[in-house]
Ligand binder design. Structure first.
Ligand code: B12
Ligand code: SF4
Ligand code: SF4
Length: 343
C-alpha cells in the first residue's frame, strides 16, 4: 500500500532485508579535501579510476539527477574474536576476513534489490540508485555522515556494534528524508593501527597510501609485483587485516549478518602447494562466487609464488619452476623472484 517514504520507513525496510545498520544523510556534495589529498600524493596507485570520476564521487546528484538523500548501509561479516585463529597454519597464506565467505557483492546485490523493491512499494514514484563497491560513491564518507560509524585512523569505517567488520553500500534517493546526525570520531588518543601496518601504508591518521598497502598489491594489482614489495607481504595471500585486528573496537569479532557471509574454514587460509598446482579451470570451479575471484587466476597464483619465495622452503622449488614459462607476466616474474629466494 503506497504511503509516505520517510527515514523510519526506509530503516524498517533495511532491517527487514537484513542490513546490520542503516542511516540517512542529505545528498549535499562531500568535502573534496580528503580525496584530493590522496590523489595529490599519488596514493591511488594503479587505480586511476579513483581520480577519473572525481566529480561523481563528490556529488551524488551527478550519478542520480535530482538525488536528495543518501541511505548508507552496513552489513556485518563473520570475524573471529582476537586470539582465536590468529595467523595462518604453516604452508598457507591468509585471506582477509571479508573474503572468507560468499562474495559480499552478490549478497549485497540481492539485498539492495529487495531494499529498492521495498521503497517502491511505499513510494512507487521514488527513483533509487543502490550500489555497493562498484559505483563512484565514497561509501565510508557517506556512512560517517549518515551516522552509522566513523572513518578510523586506519581508514576503515568502524561501527560501535560490529567494529570495522562490515561492508558498505549506499542507496541514492530523489526524496527528502530526515537526516541522521554524523557519527563522532571515536578513535580518541589511540593510534595502534599506524605502527601495526607492516608496510607503513598509513603515513598519517586516516590516510591510506595504496602504493604501500598489501590489500592493494594482493587484490587490485594486475601483473607483476615489484621486487621490493614482494618480500613485504607477510603471511597474506589475499587482502590484509593487520590494521583492523589491532583495533580495540574489533576485539570482540563479529557475527555474519547473512549466512552467505559466514567464513568457510577452507577459505580462511589457502595452501601454497594447492595454489601452485591449480589449473585455470579448477580455479574457476573453486573460486567463482567468492571475493577471491577479484584477483583472477594469475593474481592468486602470483601471490602463492611470492608466498613460496618468502617461506624460504626449498621444497617448493619444482612447483615454482613450473611457472617460469607462464603466459602471464605477473606469474613469470613472481616465479623468477621466488626461484631467487629459494636458491
Ligand atoms: C579504492 C578502495 C580501496 C583501496 C584504497 C583504500 C582507501 N583507504 O581508500 C585499497 C585497495 C587499498 C583498499 C583496501 C581495503 N579495502 Co577498500 N575500497 C576502495 C573503494 C573502491 C573506494 C575507496 C575510496 O574512495 N578511497 C578514496 C579515499 C580518499 O576515500 P575515503 O578513504 O573513503 O575517504 C575518507 C578518508 O580518507 C577520511 N579521511 C581523510 N582524512 C582523514 C583524516 C582523519 C584523521 C581521519 C580519521 C579520516 C580521514 O575521510 C574521507 C571521507 O570520509 C571502496 C568502495 C567505495 N566505493 O567506497 C572500498 C572499501 C573502502 N574497501 C573496503 C574494504 C573492506 C577494504 C579492506 C579492509 C580489504 C582488506 N581486508 O584487504 C582494505 C582496507 C585498507 C585500509 N586500511 O583502508 C570496504 C570498507 C569497509 C570498512 N569497514 O571500512 C569498502 C567500502 C568496500 C565496501 N563496499 O564495503 N580499498
Ligand atoms: S590493509 Fe594492511 S597494508 Fe593496508 S593499511 Fe592496513 S595494515 Fe597496512
Ligand atoms: S586502532 Fe585505534 S586509532 Fe586505529 S582505527 Fe582503531 S581505534 Fe582508531
Amino acid at each position: 500500500m503506497p504511503g509516505l517514504l520517510d527515514t523510519a520507513a526506509v530503516k524498517a525496510i533495511a532491517r527487514r532485508v537484513g542490513f546490520s545498520k542503516c542511516g540517512v544523510a542529505r545528498a549535499e556534495p562531500l568535502d573534496p579535501a580528503p580525496l584530493d589529498r590522496m590523489l595529490a600524493l599519488g596514493g591511488e596507485a594503479d587505480m586511476a579510476w579513483l581520480g577519473a570520476h572525481r566529480a561523481e564521487r563528490l556529488d551524488p546528484a551527478r550519478l542520480l539527477p535530482g538525488a536528495r538523500s543518501v541511505v548508507a548501509l552496513a552489513l556485518a561479516y563473520g570475524a573471529p574474536a582476537r586470539g582465536r585463529g590468529d595467523g595462518p597454519p604453516p604452508g598457507t597464506g591468509e585471506v582477509a576476513r571479508y573474503a572468507r565467505g560468499r562474495d559480499y557483492h552478490a549478497v549485497m546485490r540481492r539485498k539492495l534489490k529487495e531494499l529498492a523493491a521495498g521503497i517502491a512499494e511505499v513510494d512507487p514514484g521514488a527513483r533509487v540508485l543502490a550500489t555497493a563497491d562498484v559505483a563512484p560513491v565514497m561509501e565510508k564518507a557517506w556512512a560517517q555522515r549518515a551516522g552509522i560509524g566513523w572513518v578510523g585512523k586506519n581508514g576503515c569505517l568502524i561501527t560501535i556494534e560490529h567494529g570495522s567488520w562490515v561492508v558498505l553500500a549506499t542507496a541514492l534517493v530523489d526524496r527528502d528524508l530526515e537526516p541522521d546526525a554524523p557519527h563522532p570520531m571515536r578513535c580518541g588518543t589511540c593510534e595502534a593501527c599506524l605502527p601495526a601496518c607492516p608496510t607503513g601504508a598509513i603515513p598519517a591518521p586516516g590516510l591510506v597510501d595504496a602504493r604501500r598497502c598489501i590489500s592493494f598489491w594482493t587484490i587490485e594489482r594486475r601483473g607483476p609485483i615489484p621486487k621490493d614489495v614482494a618480500g613485504e607481504l607477510g603471511s597474506w595471500m589475499f587482502g590484509c587485516d593487520d590494521c583492523q585486528t589491532v583495533c580495540p573496537w574489533n576485539r570482540r569479532g563479529a557475527e555474519a549478518a547473512d549466512p552467505g557471509l559466514a567464513p568457510r574454514p577452507e577459505q580462511a587460509a589457502l595452501g601454497i602447494d594447492d595454489l601452485l598446482a591449480l589449473g585455470e579451470e579448477e580455479y574457476g570451479r573453486r573460486f567463482h562466487g567468492t571475493a577471491l575471484a577479484r584477483a583472477r587466476y594469475d593474481g592468486l597464483v602470483r601471490n602463492a609464488l611470492l608466498a613460496a619465495g618468502r617461506s624460504g622452503d626449498r621444497r617448493y622449488r619444482a612447483a615454482v619452476e613450473a611457472h617460469l614459462g607462464s603466459p602471464h607476466e605477473g606469474v613469470r616474474e613472481a616465479a623468477r623472484w621466488a626461484m631467487g629466494r629459494l636458491a
